[in-house]
Write a protein that binds this ligand. Structure first.
Ligand code: SF4
Length: 132
């Protein structure tokens, strides 16, 4: 997806990134919601968390589990749910470089980005890096 969005940069410049973001978030939100139960925080960590959205953790922990994970791997707050970090770890083991990726420290959530397009943000970061 990032490659396609980077390639579309000239189009986004013409139509305006604000307008482009509205279109892309309309696609991104339901796709990620359906596939990964994403909460659309706008700062996607799926590639680093075994394709598990950490915003489903009742404490919204983004850098590993709290100290309350039960012996059977269920959540201390919601016992009927597997701790998202158990699921994240298992998912990371199935991904190329997943074990390294899950060790990347995630920054704090910026609530102002809720609902915005993480796809577009990542593409813009790549464009900015290339521009130097
Ligand atoms: S047990 Fe896991 S899912 Fe539950 S609050 Fe702690 S870190 Fe979050």
């Amino acid at each position: 997806m990032e490659k396609a969005l980077v390639a579309l940069h000239p189009v986004f410049v013409k139509v305006g990134y604000t307008r482009a973001e509205r279109w892309i978030s309309v696609i991104e939100k339901p796709v990620k919601g359906f596939l990964f139960d994403s909460k659309s925080c706008g700062q996607c960590t799926l590639g680093s968390t075994g394709m598990t959205c950490p915003m489903n953790c009742p404490k919204t922990l983004r850098n590993g589990p709290c100290g309350g994970v039960r012996e059977d791997g269920s959540c201390e707050i919601k016992p009927d749910m597997t701790c998202i970090w158990v699921t994240a770890w298992e998912g990371s083991q199935r991904m190329a470089d997943g074990e390294q990726a899950i060790q990347i420290i995630q920054g704090p959530v910026d609530a102002s980005l809720q609902g915005s397009s993480a796809w577009l943000r990542e593409a813009r970061q790549t464009i900015d890096q290339r521009a130097g």
